[in-house]
Design a protein. Structure first.
Ligand SMILES: [Zn+2]
Length: 363
């Protein structure tokens, strides 16, 4: 073998040694990153062994130095080596390229048939649902909704509502006191005073909100509950307006056949005062439902709902409204009581225990 041929043989050996790790590459255990690194290294190897400055390229100049009779054979030899090198590199390149392309597709693929994680859907609390229904009815009747503070002074919770210190009504409305003369409001009637002070009269509002009493929790009592208070003050407002308004609201909530009745009563902030009842939504006022004593009305046909009356002149005076010119009515009732009647709940504490199994029944 001529000296030139040996030199080319050496070049091939050097290539084979470096290329060794690519010749029987086990692609199966490669990560995408590893494959991409190998692809880059293979590119560098290709430039080194087949590029313009490669030893192989340089060796082609040897062709001219070989004796003329051997020149043809030697030329073919160099070419065959070159072809051999470029073929194995190309093959390895293609394998890596295909592997990388597939790995990328695999990485971006997601299985549309896998079950998704369904978000747990929430819904409004049953008290909120009922409150909003009632609010909608009153807004449609021209009332606006008032909200105010839950921590009050003695003045707004009692004095301005014609319940002076020592009045027995203070006892039945005993609430929670803070150390610096404030108390949690025991009724939403406080909003009447604040709204009249702020807006003046005439006024038509309802005030839904939380109230507090020092009661021991039992089937029908909780120390925190909700009231909705209504107030209408204008010239020439009479008891007839009260009856008409309360009746219309309950008819819109429970149906056209609903009747109401007023029973004389006493509240310090209204005079005259009346409790209002409405004909039972379940038995229609007959007292029997499916041949049995009707539950919500206890067989009486009537459901007691709340208190009402004509706003006491002292309350109007406390808000700088002249009782000689203006008159008005007010009413209030407990939302929990109404809710437990409507949904036949035996225990109002259920509404505050946050047991989802209970709450989910009322959407
Ligand atoms: Zn009934």
């Amino acid at each position: 073998m001529s000296e030139e041929k040996r030199q080319v043989e050496k070049i091939r050996k050097a290539f084979e040694q470096e290329f060794g790790r690519f010749s029987d590459l086990n692609l199966e255990n490669l990560s995408l990153d590893e494959a991409e690194n190998l692809q880059r290294e293979l590119g560098e190897l290709k430039t080194k062994h087949t590029g313009k400055k490669s030893e192989l390229a340089v060796s082609k100049k040897l062709i001219g130095r070989v004796a003329p009779e051997e020149r043809g054979a030697f030329g073919q030899f160099v070419q065959s080596i070159e072809k051999e090198i470029t073929t194995v590199i190309e093959e390895a390149e293609n394998n890596l390229k295909n592997f990388i392309a597939n790995a990328k597709i695999e990485r971006e693929r997601f299985d549309v048939t896998l079950p998704g994680t369904r978000p747990r859907e929430g819904h409004l609390h049953l008290l909120t649902i009922l409150r909003q229904k009632i609010e909608d009815i009153f807004v449609a009747m021209g009332y606006s909704i008032e909200d105010d503070r839950e921590i009050e002074t003695d003045y707004y919770n009692f004095d301005a509502l014609n319940i002076p210190a020592g009045h027995p009504a203070r006892e039945s409305q005993d609430t929670f006191y803070t150390t610096n003369g404030f108390a949690l409001r025991s009724q939403t009637s406080t909003v009447q005073i604040r709204a009249m002070e702020r807006r003046g009269v005439p006024i038509r509002i309802i005030a839904p909100g939380r109230v507090f009493r020092r009661d021991t929790p039992d089937l029908t009592h909780t120390p925190m509950f909700h009231q909705i208070e209504g107030l209408c003050v204008d010239k020439n407002i009479t008891m007839a307006h009260l009856k008409g308004t309360v009746g219309e609201w309950l008819r819109r909530l429970f149906g056209k056949e609903t009747r109401i009745r007023l029973r004389p009563s006493y509240f310090p902030f209204t005079e005259p005062s009346a409790e209002f009842d409405f004909s039972c939504f379940k038995c229609g006022g007959t007292g029997t439902f499916e041949n049995e004593r009707c539950r919500p009305c206890k067989g009486s046909g009537w459901i007691e709902l709340g208190g009402s009356g004509m706003v006491h002149p002292n309350v109007l005076r406390a808000c700088n409204v002249d009782p000689q010119v203006y008159s008005g009515f007010a009413f209030g009732f407990g939302l929990e009581r109404m809710c437990s009647l409507m949904y036949s709940l035996d225990d109002i504490r259920l509404m505050f225990e946050n047991d989802v199994r209970f709450l989910e029944q009322f959407k």
